[in-house]
Design a protein around this ligand. Structure first.
Ligand SMILES: [Zn+2]
Length: 481
């Protein structure tokens, strides 16, 4: 099929009447509020509580679900709706159940009360990412309802009109690398994640730059490297200072590691910048091109003119490999010179930069004299990942956004952080960050991820649910060949 032409045929969501969507929207808000009230805070996680809720939701919709709990309390849940098998491999609706902690002191609303106020659902996980869990569940239930209306059993019969299976998986542990969730599943239940494509978090949310509304869709993410640098010195009495104080050497290591790397524009980021520039008036387009240029100072100045600080930091991280020294430990007692210090460095490498190269750069920055006094250990590594652009699914995501928001501009993007896409890549599933929400500029969602007063707009969700439904119905409604 030529997916760009699918916008000329009416969207599948138009086949359902307004009252169906009004009910679905109301139920979506209630599901999201239930999920926010379940404190699946990582650490420790306790995702089994949320997994149980999700399994019950699916069971009530007539869809059998399976829960795994490979570590106590760390539950993940999966389900599958069947197509007639003529369309090819399944589509996976992926999400995670855990949220980051939310110390309540600074919040306007209790982060676990799920208040609805001022047009928002408030609470930890509203954006990251229980809204998408709730939207995916709503689509699963809607498809099951359609099966029942046609006299079929969604637990065993093909859903009318579906040619591919639709899989659902919601995992534990994503906020700490996914080891207990998608990582374990990739190893022990790979069939939960193996699909023609997956839709996940970190994309499809509108963002305004210079008066234009863009929908970045995640197609790539940076790698993740955790290094521990152990610095040797000599123990001694604090009354008689030494040059080889390990804390002093550690401070020097941190000072040398902290400065930003030179920019390196990867093909995905080049395409992102070109796509943004093409939509901008000439003055702004010139700034966007300067962001991707070779001159670091000109690039940064252009970025500052184009967007607010949170987006500036995100884009800056996409233009280079980054190294952030985030933990420093030294010393036992105030009057004792420490003979050892430890630094942990959070390194994010671009696709195309191998991990050993980052190790070499640290060595070059420290210089041979200082390098003699340190050892560098690799504690954790996740490869950068990239999903192909120009696939059938990619074009469908683009066309569906355009059909629902004619002024919206979908663009490919790389995430500076990691998601469960690291684990789906291990089983060969191309994963797109696409949790569709149309937000207003004042919604400032980049500030709210993991932040205070996390909330999602009620109207943003009203936009998102039919978009997701149309993607699923269309991608899983055509025959292969
Ligand atoms: Zn997330």
């Amino acid at each position: 099929m030529n997916p760009e032409s699918s916008s000329s045929s009416p969207a599948p969501s138009h086949a359902l009447d307004a009252s169906t969507w009004a009910h679905a929207h109301h139920d979506l808000l209630e599901t999201l509020r239930d999920l926010i009230r379940i404190r699946s805070v990582n650490p420790p996680g306790d995702e089994i509580l949320a997994a149980g809720y999700v399994a019950q939701f699916l069971a009530d919709a007539g869809i059998p679900a399976e829960i795994v709990e490979p570590f106590p309390g760390r539950g993940s849940v999966a389900a599958r709706l069947r197509g007639d098998g003529t369309g090819g491999e399944p589509l996976l609706l992926l999400s995670h159940l855990d949220v980051v902690p939310a110390p309540p002191d600074l919040w306007t609303h209790d982060p676990f009360a799920a208040d609805v106020a001022d047009g928002y659902v408030w609470g930890r996980g509203a954006l990251d990412m229980k809204a998408m869990v709730a939207m995916e569940l709503a689509v699963m239930r809607q498809l099951a309802n359609e099966a029942r209306a046609a006299g079929r059993d969604p637990a065993s019969d093909p859903i009318p009109g579906l040619t591919r299976d639709v899989m659902f998986a919601s995992t534990a542990g994503e906020e700490a690398g996914g080891v207990e969730g998608a990582g374990w599943i990739a190893e022990h239940r790979p069939e939960w994640l193996r699909a023609a494509g997956a839709l996940n978090e970190a994309g499809g949310v509108s963002i305004e730059v210079a008066g234009r509304r863009f929908y970045p869709i995640q197609v790539a993410e940076k790698g993740f490297v955790r290094y521990r640098i152990t610095v040797q010195g000599t123990w001694g009495h604090g009354s008689m200072p030494r040059e080889d104080n390990a804390a002093v050497r550690a401070a020097e290591v941190v000072r040398l590691i902290a400065p930003f790397e030179e920019p390196h524009v990867t093909p995905v980021v080049r395409r992102l910048l070109d796509a943004v520039a093409a939509e901008m008036p000439e003055e702004s387009a010139r700034l966007v091109r300067a962001v991707g240029g070779d001159n670091v100072r000109v690039s940064q100045a252009a970025l500052e003119k184009l967007c607010e600080p949170p987006l500036q930091r995100a884009v800056r991280a996409l233009l280079r490999d980054t190294m952030s020294p985030n933990m420093i430990h030294a010393g036992l007692k105030f009057n004792q010179i420490p003979g050892i210090a430890e630094i942990e460095v959070d390194v994010r490498n671009l696709p195309g930069t191998p991990e050993p190269e980052m190790r070499e750069r640290i060595r070059r920055r420290l210089g041979e004299e200082l390098w003699q006094h340190v050892t560098l250990e690799l504690l954790h590594y996740g490869e950068p990942v990239e999903a192909p652009i120009d696939t059938e699914l990619w074009h469908l995501l683009v066309a569906t956004i355009r059909a629902h928001d004619p002024d919206g501009i979908p663009i490919p993007v790389m995430a500076p952080f990691t998601t469960d896409a690291k684990h789906t890549a291990r089983v060969g599933t191309p994963t797109y960050g696409f949790s569709p929400l149309r937000l207003r500029p004042e919604d400032r969602f980049l500030d709210l991820f993991h932040g205070v007063d996390e909330r999602v707009s009620v109207e943003g969700l009203r936009f998102g649910l039919p978009v997701l439904y149309d993607v699923v119905r269309t991608y899983c409604g055509t025959r292969a060949g």
